[in-house]
Design a binder for this molecule. Structure first.
Ligand code: BAL
Ligand code: ZN
Length: 900
């Protein structure tokens, strides 16, 4: 397969100004007629030079029926068509029309890219390169054209016909057919094209924009789901209002449609005015969706809506620039969620995910800069690095420039680039120019892969009352990048005095002048090494560094003691750093116990591992005391507390362990949880009682109600680790009596970790209750797949044949296979059975859906992190996959790069 390189970008020799599409949708064959107005873009030609060819992208399942140029049908021999391209030569000078007629079989399209069918309805997915699965086209984001779409279909089977933009015309045709014509006034790249035709029911609300325009907001779903769309509609209204208030961005059409489909590779897609969503990110009711689902729906509805400006009005010049729209839009949705709920909780959740998954990606063989330099399949680069690290890089501007400066930069970005396809450099330039600052060292974040290390050492000089921080940075080498330059790291910090309060920050400049930074300041650190000195510091302070996680780095603070961390955990005015102090303490403890347990042997069973941990000192009283203090702190909300008493994830810890044994690490973590539960039992039980639902209280998705459920369920999970019959019975009762899915699944997830009949009974009754709710069955599959109950590989294997499981549906594969890949005990079973199961599954799914299979193969990418035996077994699965005949380019790229 061929790699594409960023350095090879060249403007296209032709552009397209208008696209007229006519879809004749059929049960057997769908015919698409595409009329393009093509403009030359090749500039002046040298004398005698031929005009360049027009090369339109295609796909092997797109059958070319007819092609005409300037009204003349081309005969065979006057064009060239391959599986991937239609080439037109001898083109007329100036502007001309091209008409292409293609035939498709959407009902057979299991890739879910281009035009396909889901639950009997037609729908599309064109990002990144799916439009070429509909018709031959210049399928690249820098071709921005105005689209008119006519859709024709049988009226009884497909009563709803939707396209981008405004409905211009509709009517009945002979033979029970009907049609609709949609016109989108905004130029757009083809990846934002969308079409939906089917039997759908709709719920509508209205939004009045800041300039007084009425916008109809409609959500289309299958009729039986109409009762589950209110939360998504409410979230859309909140998003529209937030974007007006925060960035002055108003919606630009009179209609905004969302359609929910069950078969969808991604979470959702921001097609112009016709968002298509994976149904799990639209549908919610208290009985079927958890607080986390509600929160994700709010965030993703916001994310797709925010793309209307950051992505659609201003889009990417080429796919290497994906983070331009995705990093920025993730940052915007993070801020939206923070404003709607708790800022601290949102920040902690995002950093947990970044550390446990993106840092791993950045340290492994698939490591790439947020703006990648090359790809085989662009679909493989919708990564945590491009999205989440990309959002962290956008946050760097916000931290450095402040809210006002960031807004000035955004305003200039839209003023300069509205209606255009641009680059990350253009974004940086708008931010720098609007604020008159040099951001060159920030620009390095776009081109360097890997997580930078930040080393900080501190020195207090009592005589001069100065406090000096010496900061050093380095970024480890990664594939193709041996040498890394220093990047701009904004270090947001405070200094805590002996009473725990922040002391004033008086920063000494190189010329001896002093700048007053208040009590939380931002240091601009952009050299390999720099020192920062604060004056007037009466007593040696405890530093609170990288407040709010002000840069996506791994920070090492020289000489940081447990006492300092306990002090920060108790007093830091920055809630993120309070949580962070607890995480650092837990991390130190877990790594120490892991080392001791590993020295004593493998992970044969939890009991032995526990004994080895106990012999190594167990969980110290000070640690238990710190958790007790957090649990008892009346000033902290329940969601924060729940996260503060959660241990760092296994993935995050694995980063720091050479040759890790995942089941052993799991048992060490569980040992610590159990010790905490033993010693904090009264506190945990009291919190469960204090945060329980009041009888008859209806479910509400509010920050306060979620906080009660979060801490209650966290405490229950800790208590369940005790595996006492009385507690198990309490969990069974709670599972039976739960009045909302958050509590029901929380109890079930505890029961699923236990071996024995209670587990089976609970799972069977859950299945019985929800067998007609496909989204709830995803949870049922996921819980069993992820379970660390010993010997669970056999159960997961049997689930593949369960009637509830459908291998052609991406959500099913994500729940079962990706869920299984997250189980440290069973995916990493010492006999390799988990790896073999996953290898088989990758190859099977690859015959159906390449994108889903490529995501699954990522479970093997981290193979170098583990012990020698596991490395060998994982590697051999990767080798088997790479050498498999007929492998897709998607899977080939991930598997082959993982082996490098
Ligand atoms: N653009 C793909 C889906 C999303 O990031 O919104
Ligand atoms: Zn996005």
């Amino acid at each position: 397969p061929q790699q594409k390189f960023r350095k090879d970008y060249a403007p296209p020799p032709y552009t397209i100004s208008t696209v007229h599409l006519n879809f004749i949708l059929g049960e057997e064959t769908t015919t698409v007629t595409s009329r393009l107005h093509v403009l030359p873009n090749y500039g002046l030609l040298e004398e005698g030079a031929a005009r360049p060819a027009l090369q339109l992208d295609g796909r092997k399942d797109v059958k070319l029926v007819r092609v005409a140029v300037a009204g003349n049908e081309l005969a065979a021999g006057q064009y060239m068509v391959t599986e991937k391209q239609l080439t037109l030569n001898n083109l007329p000078p100036g502007e001309f029309e091209v008409e292409v007629v293609t035939e498709l079989r959407p009902q057979d399209n299991s890739t879910l890219e281009g035009l396909y069918k889901s639950s009997g309805n037609f729908c599309t997915q064109c990002e990144a390169e799916g439009f070429r699965g509909i018709t031959f086209f210049l399928d690249r984001p820098d071709i921005m054209a105005k689209y008119t779409t006519r859709i024709e279909a049988d009226e009884a089977n497909y009563p709803v016909l939707l396209g981008n933009g405004n409905l211009k015309e509709s009517g009945k045709l002979e033979g029970g057919r009907h049609y609709a014509v949609w016109e989108d006034p905004f130029p757009k790249p083809c990846y934002l094209f969308a079409l939906v035709a089917g039997k759908l029911s709709m719920k509508e609300r209205s939004f009045t924009t800041c300039s007084g325009r009425e916008v109809a907001l409609r959500i289309f779903v299958q009729e039986n789901n109409l009762g589950k769309v209110d939360h998504a509609l409410e979230s859309l209204i909140k998003s529209m209002k937030w974007d007006e208030e925060t960035f002055g961005l108003e919606y630009d059409l009179d209609l905004f449609n969302i359609v929910a489909v069950d078969d969808f590779n991604m979470g959702a897609m921001e097609n112009k005015s016709l968002n298509i969503f994976n149904s799990r990110l639209v549908l919610a009711s208290p009985e079927t969706a958890t607080d986390l689902d509600y929160s994700r729906i709010e965030g993703v509805v916001g994310h797709e809506y925010f793309h209307n400006w950051t992505g659609n009005r201003v889009t990417c010049r080429d796919w290497f620039q994906l983070t331009l729209k995705e990093g920025l839009t993730v940052f915007r949705d993070q801020e939206f969620t923070a404003d709607m709920n708790s800022r601290a909780v949102k920040r902690i959740e995002d950093v947990m995910m970044l550390r446990s998954s993106q840092f791993t990606e950045d340290a492994g063989p698939m490591s790439h800069p947020i703006r990648p330099e090359s790809y085989i399949k662009m679909d493989n680069f919708y990564t945590l690095t491009v999205y989440e690290k990309g959002a962290e890089v956008v946050r760097l501007y916000d931290t450095l420039l402040g809210k006002e400066g960031f807004r000035k930069g955004m305003d200039l970005y839209f003023k300069r680039h509205d209606g255009h396809a641009v680059t990350c450099d253009d974004f940086l330039a708008a931010m720098a120019d609007a604020n008159n600052v040099n951001l060159d060292t920030l620009g390095r974040w776009y081109s360097q892969a890997g997580t930078p290390n930040l080393h900080v050492s501190t020195l207090y000089d009592a005589a001069s009352k100065t406090y000096t921080l010496t900061c050093k940075q380095n970024t480890p080498p990664s594939a193709g990048q041996d040498i890394k330059l220093p990047v701009l790291i904004p270090i947001k910090l405070g200094l805590l005095g002996p009473d725990g309060a922040d002391v004033p920050l008086r920063l000494r400049g190189p010329d001896g002048s002093v700048t007053d930074l208040g009590t939380t300041g931002v240091l601009r650190f952009e050299e390999a090494e720099s020192t920062f000195t604060f004056e007037g510091v009466e007593v040696e302070p405890v530093p609170s560094l990288l407040r709010g996680f002000s840069a996506p780095v791994k920070m090492h603070v020289e000489g940081q003691t447990d006492e300092q961390l306990l002090f920060l955990l108790a007093h830091d005015s920055d809630p993120f750093n309070r949580w962070e102090a607890g995480q650092r303490l837990a991390r130190k403890l877990l790594l120490k116990l892991y080392a001791a347990a590993a020295a004593g042997g493998g992970a044969d069973n939890a009991k032995d591992v526990g004994e080895r941990c106990a012999a190594a000192g167990g969980v110290p009283d000070a640690f238990v005391g710190a958790y007790r203090a957090v649990l008892g702190d009346e000033t902290l909300d329940g969601s924060f507390k729940a996260m503060a008493v959660s241990l760092p994830t296994g993935n995050e810890l694995m980063d720091a362990i050479e040759g890790a044994d995942p089941p052993l690490l799991h048992h060490v973590r569980m040992y610590v949880v159990k010790q905490l539960a033993l010693q904090l039992r009264p506190e945990l039980e009291a919190l469960v009682a204090a945060n329980d639902d009041k009888p008859g209280e209806p479910y509400h998705f509010t920050a306060a109600a979620c906080a009660h459920r979060a801490i209650k369920n966290r405490c229950l999970a800790m208590l369940s680790s005790l595996e006492e019959p009385e507690i198990t019975q309490m969990l069974l009762n709670r599972f039976k009596d739960a009045t909302n899915m958050t509590d029901e699944i929380a109890a079930l997830s505890c029961l699923v970790e236990l071996a024995g009949p209670d587990r089976d009974v609970a799972l069977a009754s859950f299945y019985d209750k929800f067998k007609d709710e496909p989204l709830v069955l995803l949870k049922w599959l996921g819980l069993q797949a992820t379970s660390n109950a010993p010997g669970n590989v056999a159960l997961v294997k049997s689930l593949v044949d369960h009637p509830a499981f459908n291998v052609t549906n991406p959500n099913n594969c994500y729940s079962l296979f990706l869920g299984f890949g997250r189980s440290p005990v069973n995916f990493h079973a010492a006999d390799g059975s988990g790896y073999a199961f996953m290898g088989d599954a990758v190859l099977r799914v690859d015959t159906i859906n390449h994108q889903v299979a490529a995501r699954m193969v990522s479970a093997f990418t981290t193979w170098r992190q583990y012990d020698k035996e596991r490395q060998a077994m994982m590697r051999s699965q990767l080798e088997r996959i790479v050498s498999h005949p007929g492998l897709s380019e998607n899977v080939f790229e991930i598997a082959s790069k993982s082996l490098k």
